[in-house]
Design a binder for this molecule. Structure first.
Ligand code: DX5
Ligand code: ZN
Length: 214
């Protein structure tokens, strides 16, 4: 699987250095958790932070929009240097126009499912997305426990995409570590977000290599 470390649990006083640390770990992407304090009970950062981070690393900026109205800021995130924009299927923005706009801006598009949302909610949009993100924790905070009962949903999305002749990235996000990464890959995940497990690892590069081998 690709590895996309989340900086949500990093030392925000040294954000630039932490982004370089992620790059040195051999990770494939950088996962940027945008939270608006409405869609989730937490507030993180927006386009200005992403814009300042952009010149620090060439890593693919995988932006996870935990926002009630992400359509209002799609251009701002694209201008700031995002490489992909992932909306929640539960948000209040018009999904199809928003996904089309993301692609018109030359970015990769994605849809995310909260744990309580069934896989079928994303099926109608599969032709419009380059990635489906299946949350394996309730969105809002890093350092939570992995929800293994989300794995059948990973397989359901993989199987439906395959049935339609599509091959989106299938990303799992939340509580991923050495003990569950192989299970997620077996279920069909092609990309893993890793936050606290990476920032707490004694050998981050080895953990990245291991998850990439799953
Ligand atoms: C939670 C975020 C996740 C989280 C992952 O709402 O979407 O990306 O930061 O962090 P860990 O790996 O610590 O669960
Ligand atoms: Zn995330």
């Amino acid at each position: 699987m690709k590895v996309s470390p989340s900086i949500l649990t990093c030392d925000f006083a040294r954000l630039g250095e932490e982004a370089s640390f992620v790059e040195r770990s051999g990770a494939d992407w950088l996962h940027l958790d945008v939270m608006d304090g409405v869609f989730v009970p937490n507030l993180s950062f927006g386009p200005p932070i992403i814009q300042r981070l952009r010149p620090v690393t060439p890593l693919f900026f995988d932006v996870h929009l935990m926002m009630e109205y992400p359509d209002r800021l799609l251009d701002a995130f694209a201008d700031a240097g995002a490489d992909s924009l992932n909306l929640h299927v539960e948000c209040r923005s018009p999904l199809e126009p928003s996904l089309r706009h993301i692609r018109q801006r030359g970015l990769k598009s994605g849809l995310t499912l909260k744990p309580g949302t069934p896989a079928e909610a994303v099926f109608p949009y599969l032709p419009l997305v380059d990635m489906v993100l299946i949350m394996t924790v309730e969105p809002g905070f890093g350092g939570q426990k992995f929800m293994a009962d989300m794995l059948p949903k990973v397989s359901a999305v993989r199987d439906e995409a395959r049935r339609r002749g599509l091959s989106p990235e299938i990303q799992v996000d939340g509580g991923i570590n050495r003990d569950n990464a192989a299970d997620a890959a077996r279920a069909g995940a092609t990309c893993a977000v890793v936050g606290s497990a990476l920032f707490g690892a004694s050998d981050p590069a080895e953990l990245v290599r291991y998850i990439q081998s799953c």
